[in-house]
Design a protein around this ligand. Structure first.
Ligand code: PGA
Length: 253
């Protein structure tokens, strides 16, 4: 059985190193007890060194929230894939809608994915439609977004990619997408992925759902939505809720 994957995207939280350490400690303790679930924490860059355990790097691998697509050089404010890999980072979120909203194009996302893969890290590639329309035009938009996002990625990398389907209207919202819709959309995403990378990669690719996931809706999204895991924003920096969510997901057989 494929283990489920729960990724915590901390975004620009918490406000202090002290709090970051507490979240990591609590999350790692629970992650170590889970049987069917892998957990990844994606803190802001500044907390990455404090989040990676030298003694126990496997229980709670760490991901970055972005990466430069340049190798090195005069890029003020950027962090390279070489630097992240050297720190022990294993995953990189690429194409999050908040980063796309501040200017990332599909092409830039594609280059970030390439930088991630070529340094041996796993990209968690966010895709999702802004709005839905009755006529279903959003499906075409989503398909185009996925195709363009992987424009620079050779098919040999197909098996190393994780996709996070995040309908933008459900991010930071009150309610997540209905689990039955999550199921339909994850099938659609897999189908588009198969068109790009082939059937074999589509069989093994993990598709996560993200957008207003919490301890109350996580189990249904996994069991009815049949996704391979979740990308969790707000709730991942709330240890009480996140621990409850992790335990609930781990109970699903
Ligand atoms: P949310 O964020 O869980 O706070 O809706 C999800 C995300 O942006 O990845």
């Amino acid at each position: 059985m494929k283990k489920r994957l729960i990724v915590g995207n901390w975004k620009m939280n918490p406000a202090s190193l002290d709090e970051a350490r507490k979240i990591i400690r609590k999350t790692r303790r629970v992650a170590g007890e889970l049987k069917r679930t892998d957990v990844v924490a994606c803190p802001p860059f500044v907390y990455i060194p404090a989040s990676i355990s030298r003694w126990d790097p496997k229980t709670l691998p760490v991901g970055a929230q972005s990466v430069s697509f340049d190798e090195s050089g005069p890029h003020t404010g950027e962090v390279s894939a070489t630097q992240l890999a050297d720190m022990g980072v294993k995953y990189v979120i690429a194409g999050h809608s908040e980063v796309r909203a501040s200017g990332d194009t599909d092409e830039m996302v594609s280059k970030r994915i390439l930088a991630t893969l070529s340094h041996g890290m796993t990209p968690i590639v966010c895709v999702g439609e802004k709005v839905r329309d009755e006529g279903g035009a959003y499906l075409e938009t989503l398909k185009e977004q996925i195709k363009n996002t992987f424009a620079y990625i050779e098919s040999k990398y197909g098996k190393d990619i994780i996709i996070a389907y995040e309908p933008i209207w459900a991010i930071g919202a009150k309610e997540a997408m209905q689990p039955a819709q999550v199921y339909e959309m994850s099938l659609f995403v897999k189908k588009v992925f198969a068109d790009i990378f082939g059937q074999a990669s589509a069989m093994s690719v993990k598709v996560l759902y993200g957008g207003s996931v919490n301890a109350r809706n996580a189990s249904d999204i996994i069991s009815i939505g049949k996704v391979d895991g979740l990308l969790v924003g707000r709730e991942s920096v709330n240890p009480v809720g996140f621990i409850e969510l992790l335990r609930a997901v781990d109970e699903i057989v």
